[in-house]
Design a protein around this ligand. Sequence first.
Ligand code: PMT
Length: 495
Amino acid sequence: MNLSALITALGGRRALQQLLDVGPSAVSNYMTRGHLPNRVKPIIYAALTAKGYQVRPHDLEILAGPTKLLMSDMITNSGPRIVLIISGGIAAYRALETARQLQKRGARITGVMTESAKQFITPLSLAALTGEKCYDNLFSLTDEAEMGHIQIARSADLVLVVPTTANFMARANAGIADDLATTILLATSAKVAMAPAMNPAMWAHPATKNNFTSLAQRGVHMIGPDIGNTACGEEGEGRMCEPSYIADVAMKLVEALPTNQPSRNVTSNQGQVGALVGKRVIITSGPTIEPIDKVRFIANHSSGKQGHAIAAALAGRGANVTLVSGPVTETPPGHVNLVPVTTAAEMLSACTTAIAGKRTDIAICAAAVSDWRVTSAASKKIKKSNDPSTKMLLELSQNPDILANLSTSENRPKLVIGFAAETENLFENAKAKRHRKGCDWMIANQVGGDDDPVFGSTTNKALMITERNVETWPKMQKTELAEKLADRIEAEFAK
Ligand code: PMT
């Protein structure tokens, strides 16, 4: 057995220590003896094959180097560190796929398992996948000497719990720290995200709803659950979100959010705490940008301030918000699932995907979608002619109407709200637009004024037009308008 070659292939002595859960002196002993104890051979074999090596099982002879790029080779030393806690539900096996998806996106994973998670998958399977030790014991002396729970908690850019069982949510909400996983949750100052997964009846129980709401209000980012076939075989709400979706949201959380702030405005103006908890919302915001050639584009002055403020207001009231945003410099609010897009076509596709196959309660289109795109955008920079009299003509095609698509979709959200940006005849134009696009409410704002262009500014004033009613909202901060709209939405769902 070429021990040095094995250790190099595993990533060094420290990697071996972590994998085998031993201290440095144990590794020195192996080196002196020139071989490994039989009991650790399967672990080494699994780790090496996971890295793509061809290994002879009985003596661990490396027959060939990595033949293809496997997930464990994609681990970078600079990607975000995600502490992946696996709690014990039948969806635990999907946590392995989540780890794989996170690695694919450049994350480094520290695995942590609860005792009950080990009833479904083994720490070895996660360790082999991540190439790092999986921790499961609060009182292991080796762990405490090498990487105690405080260090694990501090090392994290994000603590992600996949799946999060009803029991785990209850313990986390109560602040119980009776195992490694819950102790890390108390000790960490990193962002925390949870992907609940449970039987639909357990999900519907008021105790679970209370725990969910309370954790969300304390700043835990909740990913799902979804509606569909749950791992326990029943149909309904409680299914864990797709691993690739969880990985996307997790990476956006580590990339986009500055801190793990508690949700704002958890008490709404209506006085109900978390009145929109469990409501699924999709919001479009910002401009779309349509390319002319490799370096030029058609765009508008939308800053995303209004759409983002609405996303923050609804997330603050407990709603599960997906924010589909064109390119803006506005910081995305905490606790929303941000889907960045560029063109109208991308925005439509993101919206269609977001509402596909699941119940969406509310859609709000605050984006300033470009009505046209260049029919054939050039793949290179278009050169100007030396003759200054030469005219440049662009052929434009009409973009799809996202609001109209959402309004007529078979997955139509219960409440669809549009924004009308008008420079004249505000009421008449907006009323006609509401009818034409098939939405329930239209928020009409007069744009382009000298005192307040609305596009890009922090204030807005609007008419709220419904089928039977018109309200006039005076000039106010966009954040206030967002809260006002959230009040109306709350009242609508309270009916
Ligand atoms: O982003 P800010 O700087 O904060 O500015 C806010 C705002 C002015 C952009 C916002 O308040 C606003 O009015 N948004 C809608 C702008 C707009 O494009 O309005 P419209 O009248 O052209 O479109 C009517 C509705 O159809 C809108 O909900 C729009 O999102 C939607 N639409 C339009 C075209 C299209 N192809 N697809 C759409 O979904």
